[in-house]
Write a protein that binds this ligand. Structure first.
Ligand SMILES: Cc1cc2nc3c(=O)[nH]c(=O)nc-3n(C[C@H](O)[C@H](O)[C@H](O)COP(=O)(O)O)c2cc1C
Length: 320
């Protein structure tokens, strides 16, 4: 991917509510792989909505961040791209794959797969707005009766996209069922720009399998990274040098969980940081002893000091 100026062919998937600045700080400390923001709505950025503005502002981050935008209006995209470029984005990704009702009802996300004319206008406007590269992330199609990833990919290429990411599920599948890697292969075979494959990668071996099966230029990993930030670098090392790095130890999990908790509290403040930490803590411990009981206890806690105490106690019990 050096021609696109990315350090790695492994990409963290954008995940709303998860791939925030604290999460990226953790991943950057582990190395390997490309980082992306949560999606930010173009109209909200325009209004300088504080939450969206915070998502899009990556100026102070010491590593490159792709910023993802979502919306349905070419002119607003043009404005948003200029703003996001000023806010430090390394490149721009356009979300044309989100299945969430609130987004598709607004003719955004995967709804744009049903309106190729508008999708094309949006991509062209985003490309024209700055010197940054613009990529598009989309799905197999709207549903099984409307599988159009290949013509959609060609349209993206003609409209000026620098690379594409294809999630091998339709909008109506959401996140269920198995991702169709064959459609990803078909997209790769039908465009000249780089293609990143996405869907169901949960190990370095599976990433390699996707590369071999579909011929893609890179892979993107989503849900398997929840509570498992190490995976991005493990996949990167395996694809780069065939090196298999070990999964984290229990002590390593505890250290990471505490680090993540502190980053969340520093970034969001204690109240919001503690609330956000609950889902992450649940994911970190999910395969450990009596995880459910610990999670229930943790979810009742509101202060950092109490959180540190129960985490210490839980891990001492496991490790003894
Ligand atoms: C909680 C959650 C939030 C997501 N948010 C976004 C998003 O903001 N933008 C986007 O393009 N995709 C989003 N996705 C989709 C992922 O980027 C990815 O395409 C999907 O999870 C499939 O990859 P996986 O099988 O590796 O998880 C989200 C997925 C999840 C589970």
């Amino acid at each position: 991917m050096s021609f696109l100026n990315f350090d790695s062919c492994v990409f963290m998937a954008p995940m709303a509510g998860i791939t925030d600045a604290p999460w990226r700080k953790i991943l950057s400390s582990l190395g390997g792989g490309n980082l992306i923001s949560e999606m930010a709505a173009v109209n909200a950025i325009q209004r300088q909505n504080p939450k969206s503005y915070q998502i899009a502002n990556v100026k102070d981050e010491s590593y490159p961040v792709v910023v993802q935008l979502v919306g349905n209006d070419a002119e607003l995209f043009s404005e948003a791209v200029k703003l996001v470029a000023d806010l430090g984005a390394k490149s721009i990704d356009i979300n044309m794959g989100c299945p969430v009702k609130k987004i598709v009802n607004n003719n955004s996300g995967s709804a744009l797969m049903k309106d190729m004319v508008l999708a094309s206008q949006i991509i062209e406007a985003a490309v024209k707005a700055s010197k940054l590269k613009v990529s598009v992330k989309f799905r197999k199609g709207w549903d099984n009766e409307h599988v159009n990833a290949v013509p959609f990919a060609k349209m993206c290429e003609e409209s000026g996209a620098a690379y594409l990411t294809v999630h091998g599920r339709t909008r109506s599948q959401g996140y269920s069922g198995k991702a169709d890697w064959d459609i990803i292969k078909q997209v790769k075979e039908n465009v000249k720009i780089p293609v990143i494959g996405n869907g169901d990668i949960d190990s370095p071996q599976k990433a390699k399998e996707m590369m071999l099966q579909s011929g893609v230029d890179g892979v993107m990993i989503g849900r398997a990274m929840l509570g498992n930030p190490w995976l991005l670098n493990r996949v990167h090392c395996f694809l780069q040098n065939g090196v298999e790095t070990a999964s984290p130890t229990v002590a390593g999990i505890k250290k990471m969980l505490l680090k993540h908790l502190h980053l969340l509290v520093d970034y969001y403040g204690e109240k919001a940081g503690m609330a956000i930490s609950r889902k992450h803590v649940g994911w970190y411990v999910k395969s450990l002893y009596e995880a459910k009981k610990f999670r229930e206890q943790y979810n009742k806690i509101n202060s950092l000091a109490d959180a540190e105490e129960v985490i210490e106690k839980y891990f001492t019990e496991i490790e003894s």
